[in-house]
Design a protein around this ligand. Structure first.
Ligand SMILES: *Cc1c(COP(=O)(O)O)cnc(C)c1O
Length: 361
């Protein structure tokens, strides 16, 4: 049985994207590849708000999240934590042998700029990790406010995960002074998983060049050197790069502001639907994600039963991440969703909710 994913990654992939991937291979050092690679750069730069290079890494986001640390962290890393992915980043830093501290907030609370300033002011940090949009609990932190704090600490290199916000909301890497910004293919870009886009500031590259622990596969200096030649350091996942080209055509046709507006509108539609049915947003008010909604299961719905009924109608949503399983549910509005496809999902949800057991309300 096939069904359409409304989980917050991977999200549904269009027929056009699937067809774009099914093309003959080209050599990754060929002029055809160089032309393909170079054609992508301007639009990726526009989506990331940067004039720096944008690299293509063949791995899921975690590869680059780990690799970036090994390139720029020297003495001590500060990991801002407010959900499953940002919590994990502290663990990953320690597994890399780095000294790392966590700036912890409850899941669903945004990263607090004043707390970030107070912690960095203690000194000793040379890198910081931040997740813009904590997908696990649907919480979007105020990136411009956090970036303003980071600019007060010019020796601290920032690594910013925009995995589930890139291409859906404005990311102004250069204007905000962010150092490393990265995003995975299977979230708002609505491509299959396996490709990560990243951009790196000049000062982060300079830091990387002095790092003895940066390894090879995620060596940012290698990425920059190869980028100048229109290539990647190692053989990239060429089908996904075809898919990215196809997606960037779609984005150009829609227009970036219209794309941002569509995500905001669909997010609102889903939120209004849930509010009208007695659910509340899980994250703190004002910090709900624009690319997904994480609702508190305030009605005590039997979520696995709901998903079974949804699947029969051709859809699936997320029944809560890790410790939030059963307590929250998440609905993505990333990627190619439209007013029509969201309306179809909400109609299926309404049908599914009739006769479903709940424990409160
Ligand atoms: C999905 C996600 C990741 C992890 O991506 P992988 O593709 O599993 O490596 C990291 N950060 C955020 C915010 C995510 O949503």
């Amino acid at each position: 049985m096939t069904y359409k994913l409304f989980i917050p990654g991977p999200v549904a992939v269009s027929e056009k994207t699937l067809r774009a991937m099914a093309q003959p291979m080209i050599g990754h050092r060929s002029t055809d590849f160089i032309a393909l690679y170079r054609a992508l750069t301007p639009q990726l730069q526009a989506l990331m708000g940067t004039r720096d290079s944008v690299y293509l890494a063949t791995s899921s986001a975690w590869g680059v999240m780990e690799g970036a640390l090994r390139n720029v962290a020297r003495e001590k890393v500060l990991c801002c934590m407010n959900g499953a992915f940002s919590d994990k980043w502290l663990d990953v830093a320690r597994r890399c042998g780095l000294e790392a501290a966590g700036l912890q907030f409850e899941w669903g609370q945004p990263v607090d700029p004043a707390a970030l300033r107070a912690e960095l002011a203690k000194g000793g940090y040379d890198a910081v990790t931040i997740i813009h949009n904590e997908t696990s609990c649907g919480c979007m932190s105020d990136l411009p406010a956090l970036a303003a704090v980071l600019r007060e600490f010019p020796d601290v290199i920032s690594i910013v995960d925009t995995v589930s916000s890139f291409s859906a909301v404005p990311i102004e890497k250069d204007a905000l002074g962010l150092d490393i910004v990265l995003a995975g293919s299977q979230k708002a870009l609505a491509l299959p998983p396996g490709l990560t886009v990243l951009s790196v500031s000049k000062r982060a590259l300079a830091r990387a060049a002095t790092s003895p622990t940066r390894g090879y596969y995620f060596d940012l200096v290698e990425f920059e050197k190869n980028h100048e030649g229109g290539m990647t350091p190692s053989t990239p996942v060429i089908p996904l790069i075809y898919a990215l080209r196809s997606k960037l055509e779609d984005i150009a046709a829609e227009g970036i502001p219209a794309r941002f507006a569509r995500h905001a509108r669909l997010n609102r539609t889903v939120r209004d639907w849930a509010f009208a049915r007695g659910f509340q947003l899980f994250p703190r008010e004002g910090f709900g994600s624009v690319t997904l909604n994480c609702f508190a299961n305030t009605r005590g719905i039997d979520l696995p039963a709901l998903n079974q009924k949804l699947k029969a109608r051709g859809f699936v949503i997320d029944g809560g991440y890790g410790p939030l399983k059963g307590k929250t549910f998440r609905i993505s509005n990333m990627g190619d969703e439209t007013d029509e496809t969201v309306a179809e999902l909400l109609a299926a949800l309404d049908a599914g909710l009739t006769g479903i057991k709940y424990t409160s309300h």
